[in-house]
Write a protein that binds this ligand. Sequence first.
Ligand code: FRU
Length: 328
Amino acid sequence: MISAKRWWVSMAAVTACVGWLCSCGKGKPSDGRPEAGGEAPAPAAARWTIGMSQCNLGEPWRVQMNADIKAEAEQHPDIEVIYKDAQNDSLKQKSQVEEFVSAGVNLIIISPKEAAPLTPPVAQAVQKGIPVIVLDRRVLGDEYTCFIGADNVRIGRAAGKWIAAKLGGRGKVVELKGLMTSTPGQDRNSGFREGIRGSGIEVIFEADMKWLEPDARKEMESALARFQAIDLVYAHNDPGAHGAYLAAKAAGREKEMLFVGIDALPHEGQAYVRQGILAASFEYPTGGREAILTALELLQGRTVEKEITLGSRFFTPENIAGGGEAIE
Ligand code: FRU
């Protein structure tokens, strides 16, 4: 139970901080908030402020996550979302969480860059009574309020099984891994290895491309230089698969092998499947909408499941017209 005195002190702090947060947001259109101005009357002050720390906005998938959050948040005049972009810097993201805490936001949503460095600030926010929704990439341990994301081990395993079947049970594969200090990278790797276990699939080259297309392209250039025979590239995201494709195309070898990625955004992975660049893309939903709906539940004092697991589909040239297929 919160005492009346503490409640008033907190409310005063929240009011002061909301003012501060609003002033911080001004003049920063890239943070995802609509710019003030025009003829529209000033909206009524929101009841709750949510701080959202995004690990970077350099990748289409993260831009989509913020857009999904914004689209849902706009349906609820009770909330205002303050967006921060950590620009792929864990230290910066740690400070952002700390800033949200000292500003007294009502709830934090974080999509953390890396698990270990973001674990303490998330735990500290929870200890101070601020609910934290961790989205897509995990922190270590269980000191957070709710985790929302698809099951990356399951996606990796489905990709492994699909690849083994597609290659007729044997073949030479390059694995381009996402940042291995982030949990989706670890899980997409372990799930994949499980999926190909017992088959004749051999991983002949693996490298950490840190989720980045230019890094994937460079790593693929090394793989191409070392190996004359490559049957397929499994990349932990679609930008990685596309970077590998560009490297193979530059070497005149893109028709010798298949490319498989993860994310399946309509305008990225699904488009690559339609264009014949990718043999398959496995969907990784952003969870932006679910994060806002869950935040509202928490702000209204209701309890939510600690783990909210989102479903996933996969797309191939054969099934894409029908909307893809659900993964097992
Ligand atoms: C974007 C991204 C996605 C990937 C997700 C994993 O930063 O690399 O491509 O699916 O992060 O957290």
